[in-house]
Design a protein around this ligand. Structure first.
Ligand code: ADP
Ligand code: MG
Length: 662
């Protein structure tokens, strides 16, 4: 069982859901004369056998059919010595390594056929496997238990939908993917299985939304008609069209008693702070307080600093709640939030743990929401009956993925950068040319600008990876002895980290060597070059985030991704050189991942979908349409014919995960 666990298979359901990654069509043997290089099966009569002993034993069997002759090679299989004799019939499968006049096949599987025994072939599923658990073992385990495995599934799809899509019955669908008799069985079976799964997810999302709507309990806010004009009048710049549109969506949500549950996506620098400020101002019109939670103290402090001037004209005072705060400061902040004197609390998860009470909390804003656990979110919500909630993220989630992972959220997208930005020019450079990259960094410093050098590891270890400590020491001593080199990593005490960031912000550090602690939200406009070492170590989305650290000022900015010459790395990283659009990057990233493995969420089970949301997107949208129709007619799935649907939700891990999420 441990061997199965290695593949993420721990339950019968997961075994059933482990669909083959490919199929070998072994129904009809190929004529020897027509073979080309690649996988093949052959049935022939043995006309000759040669055996070679020694360290690398080899049995070569010459097979012939009506069309030709082939050398079938069995490598390293001493136990086959003396096994074959001229005149016997033999089935072999394997890889044809040489086609043409003297063809050869490297045999991976074979079977002797008695006398005139007809060859009965089949389509053989090939499973994702490990060294200890070969595909063949998985195949026999599944084949032996298929009926029992299928019996664990509920047959929940409403008959009308089965008819509408012309799906095969449940049992037939699973046999179609695990034991097809014809390639078309696979497609048909998979269609139903994926639809059913998506249907479960879409049902869960629709139910959750319906419950939220029905529960209500959020304080509705109706600001004066001219509130937006009054808000923008206080800004140093005009909001972009995208900002205005998104703010309207939020204000509309907040007019309702159903709590807002909205995800705001916007690339780094797209101006999410302004949108957050507008939401806070709307809440304030309704006499409500807001809380903004960020993943780190640095980011929380930055938010407080940026928001305070935007909120000041409206008389909204900001209080910060940090873990590292002194007792006196903390007490004052808590008092001002409890009394309602402060309109906004900004903080880290200390907001949850420090017993902070609000006079009238009505809006919760969570920055970079995926960094917070489900429980933490629920905790913050518990501080108010049903606050409006806005999640903000700079990690673009592809439209497709958002449909399943965040299916119950409304999504707003800021798809326009404020005017006057020059896009970050991105280059992919081989590490043999690192010295040239550092020359470029020196030029940049001469122009009065600062540079980030990002590395994947903190300390030099067993791995070959560049480490922050070693790199900082090396460039400080050998490359830039005359420049001010700083070091920042996640294992430094918070105070020290903040001190380094403060010095970088103040321009007292020219080159900052850092791990990804600088990843999100850090804003130093004078930094215009970002160098990433061992760039292949990072996901495309992370790299996109990282390069967003530069290009925040007026100077033209550059991101240099340094990697080995591995063509696979170069191709992947080139995506970033080609586009600055975070959504394109995210979609490309998703496409490059293997089917079924959806982006790195931390929610267990939420990613284990059979369907690939990118390739099967239209199927998802159909399932969603059907699910919403059912839930709008029967919001609690209480009708007898819908009881099985509840079981279906329970069957689909990703659907279950949706319903337990706050
Ligand atoms: P994000 O949080 O989305 O990464 P910020 O809210 O920090 O982006 O905004 C990035 C920068 O752009 C800030 O300096 C902000 O003042 C500026 N900014 C935001 N909106 C506008 C706008 N409409 N016009 C000009 N500058 C803007
Ligand atoms: Mg921000």
């Amino acid at each position: 069982m441990a061997k199965f666990a290695e593949l993420g298979i721990e339950t019968p359901e997961q075994l059933l859901a482990h669909l083959p990654r490919a199929y070998r069509d072994w129904r009809v043997p190929q004529a020897i004369a027509t073979l080309t290089e690649g996988e093949a099966i052959v049935v022939g009569r043995i006309v000759g056998v040669k055996e070679r002993a020694g360290r690398f034993p080899l049995v070569t069997v010459t097979l012939s059919d009506d069309t030709g002759t082939i050398a079938a090679k069995f490598f390293g299989r001493r136990h086959l010595f003396g096994r074959f004799a001229a005149g016997d019939r033999l089935f072999v499968s394997g890889r044809v390594t040489r086609a043409g006049l003297l063809p050869e096949i490297n045999v991976t599987a074979h079977r002797e056929l008695r006398g005139d025994e007809p060859y009965v072939g089949e389509i053989v599923p090939v499973y994702g496997a490990t060294k200890d658990l070969p595909s063949r073992t998985i195949r026999t385990t599944i084949a032996k238990n298929l009926d029992r495995l299928i019996a664990t599934r509920v047959d929940a799809l409403p008959p009308a939908l089965v008819r509408k899509h012309d799906f095969p019955p449940l049992r037939e669908a699973w046999f179609g993917v695990h034991a097809p008799r014809d390639p078309s069985d696979v497609e048909r079976g998979r269609g139903r299985i994926v639809f059913e799964e998506f249907f479960g997810i879409a049902l869960a999302a629709a139910l959750k939304r319906a419950r939220r709507e029905a529960a209500g309990g959020a304080p509705p806010v109706e600001p004066p008609a001219d509130w937006y004009a009054r808000f923008t009048a206080e800004l140093p710049f005009a909001p972009t069209g995208a900002q205005t549109r998104v703010i309207e969506q939020i204000a509309r949500d907040m007019r309702r008693t159903a709590p807002m549950n909205r995800l705001l996506q916007g690339d780094v620098g797209s101006g999410k702070t302004l949108v957050a400020a507008a939401a806070i101002v709307v809440a304030h019109w309704g006499g409500l307080q807001s809380a903004l939670m960020a993943p780190t103290e640095i980011l929380a402090a930055q938010h407080a600093q940026k928001l305070a001037p935007l909120l000041l004209p409206f008389g909204i005072a900001v209080e910060a709640i940090f873990g590292s705060q002194g007792v006196r400061d903390r007490r004052t902040a808590r008092e001002r939030l409890a009394s309602g004197a402060a309109g906004l609390a900004v903080g880290t998860h200390a907001l949850l743990t420090e017993n902070v009470e609000f006079a009238r909390l009505g809006l919760v804003i969570i920055d970079e929401q995926h960094r917070f656990g489900v429980e933490q979110r629920a905790q913050l919500r518990a501080k108010s009956l049903a606050p409006h909630t806005l999640y903000m993220t700079a990690t673009p989630i592809p439209r497709t993925l958002a449909q399943t992972k965040y299916a119950d959220l409304d999504v707003s997208i800021i798809d326009e950068l404020p005017p006057g930005r020059t896009p970050v020019a991105t280059f992919v450079i081989r590490d043999s040319r690192k010295a040239r990259v550092y020359d470029f960094v020196r030029e940049n410093v001469k122009l009065g600008h600062q540079t980030y050098v990002v590395v994947p590891a903190i300390e030099a270890g067993e791995t070959e990876l560049s480490s922050a400590i070693a790199e900082a020491e090396y460039i400080g001593r050998e490359v830039f002895p005359d420049l001010r080199v700083g070091l920042l990593h996640g294992r430094m005490p918070p105070k020290e980290k903040e001190a380094v960031m403060a010095r970088f912000k103040a321009g007292e550090i020219d080159v900052l060597v850092s791990t990804t602690v600088i990843e999100v939200g850090v804003d130093v406009p004078n930094a215009s070059v970002m160098v990433v070492l061992d760039a292949e170590r990072f996901g495309l989305a992370t790299l996109h985030q990282l390069r967003g650290r530069v290009g925040r000022g007026a100077a033209a900015s550059t991101c240099v991704l340094v990697t080995s010459g591995n063509p696979e790395f170069l191709e992947r990283l080139d995506v970033l050189a080609e586009t600055n659009d975070g959504f394109e990057v995210a979609e490309a990233d998703l496409r490059m991942r293997k089917a079924g493995v959806l982006a790195g969420t931390t929610q267990a089970g939420a990613n284990d979908t059979i369907g690939n949301i990118v390739d099967d997107f239209s199927l998802y949208m159909q399932a969603k349409g059907s699910a919403e129709a059912i839930v709008s007619a029967d919001p609690e799935l209480a009708a007898p014919e819908h009881l099985a649907l509840r079981a279906l939700i329970d069957d689909v891990a990703a659907a279950r995960a949706l319903l337990v999420t706050a």
